[in-house]
Design a protein around this ligand. Structure first.
Ligand code: NAP
Length: 210
């Protein structure tokens, strides 16, 4: 798809009713569960595109537990390049300090216009601590939250008030997790078909997770 055709009107302005998916996560590494989630959200919410935003410095994790951003970013590019509706943004990488979602959403609104409909998509577990998120009340007004869950996920874990504003998508492919992939690599187990081939090659070539 030619993005200028899909997102801009005949005057070259971004469409007023632009629907943008923002796929937030650490992506360490990106796997087919993430890709399926993004594509499913794109179709379900009629999104013009989905932008993957790897976090530089997640709020609740120590930095030394996470693979260098240059590798996570490269794997995210490799995994998304064949889908014309997918993009990767370095917005959180270029912004020093903790990766607050409110700052990311504000920046995208500045770029695409204040009327843009933003859908912030991530794993349901990431929303368990929503009450502690920076400027949560403002953030809830600025975007639609989409939580991806695996089948059988216990929704009672989520805050009741927050659940009312949350869209939930059940994604069977999320039985796969980045944690499991890292464990598999470390223990010489197969990761074929749970990450894209390009990502698998990259992991082996760069000796990640060993
Ligand atoms: P996480 O603890 O790494 O992930 C929580 C769960 O969600 C894991 O099971 C993870 O599986 C899954 N997950 C993560 N990203 C996903 C995605 N895009 N699609 C489907 N499943 C996904 O949580 P996190 O990654 O640090 O946080 C997720 C997002 O929320 C990030 O964009 C982060 O910046 C944002 N966040 C913001 C604040 C704040 O603004 N204060 C606080 C917390 C989180 P995998 O391990 O397989 O990915």
């Amino acid at each position: 798809m030619n993005s200028s055709q899909s997102e801009k009107d005949k005057n070259g302005q971004f469409e007023k009713d632009l629907r943008l998916g923002i796929m937030g996560g650490v992506f360490d590494p990106i796997h087919i569960g993430h890709l399926f989630t993004a594509e499913e959200a794109r179709i379900k919410f009629n999104l013009h595109k989905v932008i993957f935003v790897p976090s530089l410095q997640p709020i609740h994790k120590r930095n030394d537990q996470i693979t260098d951003i240059k590798h996570r970013l490269k794997m995210t590019y490799l995994a998304t390049e064949d889908n014309p509706y997918f993009e990767v943004s370095k917005i959180e990488i270029n912004r020093p300090g903790p990766s607050y979602t409110i700052d990311t959403v504000r920046e995208f609104r500045k770029i695409y216009g204040w009327q843009t409909n933003i859908f912030f998509i991530t794993g349901a577990d990431a929303f368990l601590e929503i009450d502690t998120w920076y400027k949560k009340d403002e953030l809830i007004k600025l975007c639609q939250f989409v939580a991806a869950t695996r089948p059988g996920y216990d929704l009672d874990k989520l805050n009741d008030n927050f659940k009312k504003v949350l869209k939930i998508m059940e994604i069977p492919a999320l039985a796969i997790s980045s944690t499991d992939i890292r464990y598999r690599v470390k223990n010489n187990l197969n990761i074929k078909y749970i990450v894209l081939e390009e990502v698998r090659d990259y992991i082996y070539k760069n000796k990640l997770y060993v």
